[in-house]
Design a protein around this ligand. Sequence first.
Ligand code: NAI
Ligand code: MG
Length: 358
Amino acid sequence: SKSHNYRIASIPADGIGPEVVSAAIEVVNKLAQTMKTFKIEFTHIPWGTDYYKKHGRYVDENVLDVLRGYDASLFGSVGAPDVPDHISLWGLLLAIRGPLQLYANVRPVRTFPGTQSPLRSAKASDIDWLLVRENSEGEYAGHGGRSHVGQPWETATEVAIFTRVGIERIMRFAFTAASTRPKRHLTVVTKSNSLRYGLVLWDEIALSVSKDFPSVTWDKMLVDAMTIRMVQNPASLDVIVGTNLHMDILSDLAAALAGSIGVAPSSNLDPTRKNPSLFEPVHGSAFDITGKGVANPVATFWSAAEMLGWLGEEEAKEKLMRAVENVCEKGILTKDLGGTAMTKDVTKAVCDEIERLG
Ligand code: NAI
Ligand code: MG
């Protein structure tokens, strides 16, 4: 039988990360207190740019073992104005995703009640997508280098890695996800016209995996044309799968089309469940609004809801999402969604709504 007793690593890190993660912890604690069907304990882990400035590294040397001591992690964002972004990102987030083989980055996107897509003609129901980002290879595998540094003939390479194992497992994940949704449709995004090797392998594997999923209809898009389709025909899309880099870009576009980057969640999953998964908003440190109390906490609330679902607390996930939807519908929205509410107003409203729902 299941314990319903969870230990979560909280890694707020940089920028607005601490603001949105503490808001999410408040909301999840409220959920646990009112529902009484599960227990959850968050342990603060101080990794991030302050830690780096003190210790010369973004994470503990035993980062993977530390995380394996928890059921999951809730992460904020990493990146600071005075540290190069590639140092901070590789120092923290990419030091976890690849080594823990959190190979499926799952990013649901939809327009919340009471909010609007910037697309003039879009109905709220037109954008209801599940973006599946390959999270362990591509341009993010770490292959490359620089030579002749500082010379006029300086050379840099950034090698994209695509393996049969890596592509096949993300493709199966995406087809499986599509098979459980009402539309049962998958769009495979590549760029197999100009890229002749890695992305041609993507197309081939998509075709072979599709044979195991006769209930799923699927199509292929080149990534550039995909941006047009997302804007012009959003209702034609359901589940979308693509490479690490392509889906990094398309998921920001998707979030903006749905209403705001401030509501977009992500789950970094190890579908084999050998390692604990990590949940985080799609957005970054947002230096322009850090410390102002205006960050939208909804992306992190939704990420926490996905975490609860992954842990098996489906009812808690549903309740949290209903509370967030009801609060949006009442017009309690942060500035990015056209409202005037502060982070703490939205957080309190969601806590109150959780209590009301019981
Ligand atoms: P960003 O996502 O931090 O910000 C982009 C825009 O969205 C900004 O105008 C920001 O104010 C707005 N925004 C983001 N989150 C918001 C929220 N919750 N509520 C309201 N508005 C929000 O992307 P940017 O500016 O490219 O990156 C800033 C730093 O964050 C960099 O150091 C970058 O490397 C890092 N980053 C880290 C990520 C992570 O930890 N997963 C992801 C993306 C960027
Ligand atoms: Mg991104």
